[in-house]
Write a protein that binds this ligand. Structure first.
Ligand SMILES: *Cc1c(COP(=O)(O)O)cnc(C)c1O
Length: 470
């Protein structure tokens, strides 16, 4: 079979060419505008100016009666929308561990937008890319090769999916069929989490039917990891344990090797929230930080954080495929997906083909490139901490992964410096509270970030601190 680059395709059919001429023109224009947006990123403040935000008022108008040409709609979006974006993918955004957009993934998403495939199970190309990308993610993270993975909207949905799979599996072991008998009247499950459990996991527990009074919290250590010596030794086959790979403040992971085997021997289920921290497993140098994570029953992680694929990308992985498909079953005669189709592995039926971006990213970087991406972020976080400390700031926790917690003098000064940094526009980092102390949280997660970005950003932060003090 000869493969020709589709760019060399010759379009000669006047009928189809005529029909798609307008669409081709507009997609090309959109790509041109996207390119010019990216080209301008370095010259814009990372957080938009007050004027740019005020400009958004043009969008606040009643829906008019008559159509507006698509080209004008696009122009309006670019003119008023682009300046009011936060610059997430130019290397100087350090908020929320969210990362930027990898080159290949971002480009693939543009092509995939033109494809407009419904990835629930109705598209041959996305079915294959889903199968391949899921396998690569499991492989890159060192998880069991027999596990099943599924893309979804983000780690919150991945947590929810994993927790529902866990719930239904634990009930099945009790002889209780959730699909048939629901949850009302079901025997209680015991839920064990760490004191530093992420808000997303708590939300997922609530959505899965578990309330605050059912949740037991285990004390954590100075870095925010569960203390193995404080973990209950009497968990049973009705116990769901939520552990964490990567504390949002410190990057610390729970002691998986010490906790997971006992919980599973006693018949319980361990789910790991590894929204960003699980990617440490992709690096031979950092893997020890999540040692034993592969022993769990299910895992949640994000594509749109450290993997640097566009938003709306989470991944759930479940050790025993039937535990996921039992919980996510739902069929109709007109649905004709293969048994492994995404719609039978997650909450959604129709869905965006998220696997395309992840496939492109992984294909482009390869195993070593992925490891280097993770390691570079950690090295740069260390560089950040060093520069800020050299300038007199206090780093509140050891930098083991990609997170840096910083205080500039007292709490009020720290808050004022964070606000000044946002106005300054060189970079952006958010606020957090760590062990009762307000701090700035710097997450190095963007594939685009360089040592120069870190040096310029640290210098800008120290400059803002000086201005606040003056
Ligand atoms: C970001 C994060 C989440 C939530 O992920 P979303 O993709 O925003 O839904 C959950 N857990 C941890 C540890 C996180 O860092």
């Amino acid at each position: 079979m000869t493969i020709t680059d589709p760019l060399n395709r010759v379009h000669t059919n006047p009928v189809t060419l005529g029909r798609s001429r307008e669409r081709i023109g507009l997609i090309t224009e959109a790509a041109r505008r996207a390119g010019s947006y990216v080209a301008g990123a370095a010259h814009r403040p990372v957080f938009p100016s007050a004027d740019a935000v005020a400009g958004l008022d043009v969008f606040r108008r009643p829906l008019q009666d008559d159509p507006i040409p698509a080209r004008e709609v696009l122009a309006e979006l670019d003119t008023f929308g682009s300046p009011a974006t936060t610059v997430l993918n130019d290397g100087r955004y350090f908020g929320f561990v969210t990362g930027g957009t990898d080159l290949a993934a971002g480009a693939a998403a543009i092509l995939a937008g033109a494809w407009d495939q419904n990835a629930g199970g109705m598209s041959p190309v996305t079915s294959v890319l889903d199968e391949v990308a899921c396998g690569w993610v499991i492989d890159a993270l060192g998880l069991p090769s027999t596990a099943v993975a599924s893309f979804n909207a983000g780690a919150t949905v991945a947590n929810l999916t994993g927790i529902i799979a866990a719930r239904d599996a634990l009930y099945a072991r009790q002889g209780w069929d959730v699909a048939r008998d629901g949850l009302a009247g079901a025997p209680a499950l015991r839920i064990v989490v760490g004191e530093e459990v992420h808000a997303s996991a708590l939300k997922a527990l609530r959505l899965a039917g578990f309330g605050e009074s059912q949740i037991e919290r285990v004390p954590t250590d100075a870095a925010g990891a569960i203390r193995a010596d404080a973990f209950p030794a009497d968990t049973d086959d009705r116990t769901l344990v939520l552990l964490q790979a990567g504390n949002v403040n410190t990057g610390a992971s729970d002691p998986f090797e010490e906790i997971i085997p006992g919980v599973r021997e006693r018949g319980g289920w361990v789910h790991v929230d590894g929204a960003f921290g699980l990617w440490a497993a992709a690096s031979p140098r950092l893997r020890h930080q999540v040692a034993g994570v592969e022993l769990a029953d299910s895992w949640a992680t994000d594509g749109h954080k450290w993997l640097n694929v566009p938003y709306d990308s989470g991944i759930v992985i479940v050790r025993e495929p039937e535990d996921l498909t039992r919980a996510m079953a739902g069929d109709a005669p007109y649905l004709r997906g293969a048994a492994s189709a995404p719609m039978y592995k997650g909450i959604q039926i129709s869905q965006r083909a998220r696997a395309i971006d992840a496939w492109a990213m992984l294909a482009s970087h390869g195993r070593h490139g992925l490891a280097q991406l993770v390691e570079r972020a950690c090295d740069l976080a260390g560089r950040f901490a060093g520069a800020l400390q050299a300038g007199g700031a206090t780093v509140l926790a050891p930098v083991s992964l990609n997170q840096v917690l910083v205080q500039f003098g007292d709490e009020d000064t720290t808050a004022a410096v964070i606000a000044a940094i946002e106005r300054d526009g060189t970079c952006w980092a958010g606020t957090t509270v760590w062990k009762g102390r307000r701090a700035m949280r710097v997450s190095v997660s963007d594939v685009a970030t360089t040592a120069d970005d870190v040096d310029a950003s640290a210098a800008a932060m120290l400059r803002c601190w000086e201005a606040v003090r003056a």
